[in-house]
Design a protein. Sequence first.
Length: 593
Amino acid sequence: MKEIQKASASELTMAMGLTPVDSGASYRTNIPWKSNAAYDQLKAYFHYRDLLGVMGSNPMIYGPLAYAANWQKELLDVFVTGPLRNKVRSAVRKGANLDIYSEGNARVYARYGELLHELTDRFITDGRFDRQKAFTAANTSRGHELLRGYIGRFQELEYEYNLVGLTRLKAMKELLKSLLITITESPIGNDALPFSPASDNGGSRPSFLEYLEESRRRLENLHRMKAFDIMAFSEAATGGKIGCCPYENVAGSNMHSVSLRHYLTPPGVKRNGRILYLATPLINKPELFDLAKDKSVVEGLLERGYDIYLVDYGDPGPRESGLGLDFYGGTVHRTYLDMIAAMNPGQEISAMGYCMGGTLLLPYLARRAEERLREGRPMDVRKVVLMACPVQFDDGPSGQGPMRSFIRKRYDPLVMENLFGDVNVPPQVIQAGMNEIQPGIHYTVPLGFYGRAAYPGAIEDAAPFLYWLTHGTKFPARAHREWLAHVFLENRIAEERYPLPSSNPALDGKAVNMDSLREAGVSIFDYRGRRDPIAPPGSCVASEKWGLREEGNLSISTNGLNRTIEKNIGHIFVVSKKLLGEFLVAASRFLEG
């Protein structure tokens, strides 16, 4: 009888061969090469069509060629441009991904996650990883056949993948390797063990037996929660709803897709007499301020007695595509702050903004200060807390150079207007920029999630954030163009060339004087992170440029009441209970000081 050789993790991974998932190991991020090629073709098409339009409108210059150009453009509009626009707009309105390569990747993630769950399920008994079943699979011909069959199915999915570099599927493959190691109880050659720390609290490396034990716990937890695909898991775990604090929409506050939330004071909490107006980013769900219990800025401030109002931009539709930053960064804030002041006469109002929310709020507050100074009235919003809010955009000290370079190379206003001008920019397009700002994020986020899955409660704890991260909102088309051109590339806010509407005819449509903040006595508190690639410290300088200056009060510190606090944190620090707690203490000291 022929002796069966034990299956090994090395043998099984070698049987997969090299796939697109293994390529581009030297890349620092993921490269959507097929999507990029398709985008370049679209750019060439729309610029060619634009050239035909120029030629067709100038018969005096181009003669008979002008008539030929018009004829060709009309044919293209009927048979190419029109159908393409209709398809894009239909996809955006339905929330579908119009990039067929990205959509194909989404199907690969979902099926890969299902296969991981299916394979793991074969080794789970009563919720525990069954070593006897694993031993049988590794040491019998039938078990070998089973494992090789799954390897072939994973391989097929990897060959369908359209990305290279540090990708989400690469993180999922690390989980597959860990599963194979755990089944066969054998490492993969000299490769590092997936999710194994370099050392244990500065001491020696965990032993292989300790690694296997932790890996079994990880697989048990992921299997129990069906959490192998982070997007599907986040949707199932949250039911599509995140946030923990009850609120009411303020009557009469609806403007297009925008509304004003008023959070309810918890029972037993006495209000401290301070009103706080929260400005969220345009491209994310507003629950960034209210992810989950113990991970909520809103919850922490309500417990301290603040009366909380929050701008909810909603999910803009076609009617909002023509609205610009004058509406989202001007009209909205003017209307809501006036509304809050009317409902709470005589009460102090402060403001807080996160990322883009604060970036766009600050110029409006400067415009409000200008108007009140001219009218001889005191400023009614005297304190502003900015959380990772960039205001300086240059190629040097701000740290925004890489993103500005990406916009110059890849962003084409003509294509964006033709594709999304009537339906707004979908979140999948925004993610391309986020990928450039945060290299490797599509790999590091799921990798970190799988790594922490071995610990009790870690999977459930991550669900709200993962849902928020993977479910963005559309960016109104005109506002998107203005954000990139006027704020990112032209640096209009910092250079005080940023125009806003005004009730004062002398100021209406004119550039905002940002120094009005200081003149009106507005104090600005910047909370920024040294590890923040979206809002690098050099770009979060509002307090240094325009804040109320008092001797000894403008400093960079981690303690006390200061204009700027810089900490060793990233952009979305509120997902950490510890970091959120530190922020709430610092912000409260500033607001109440």
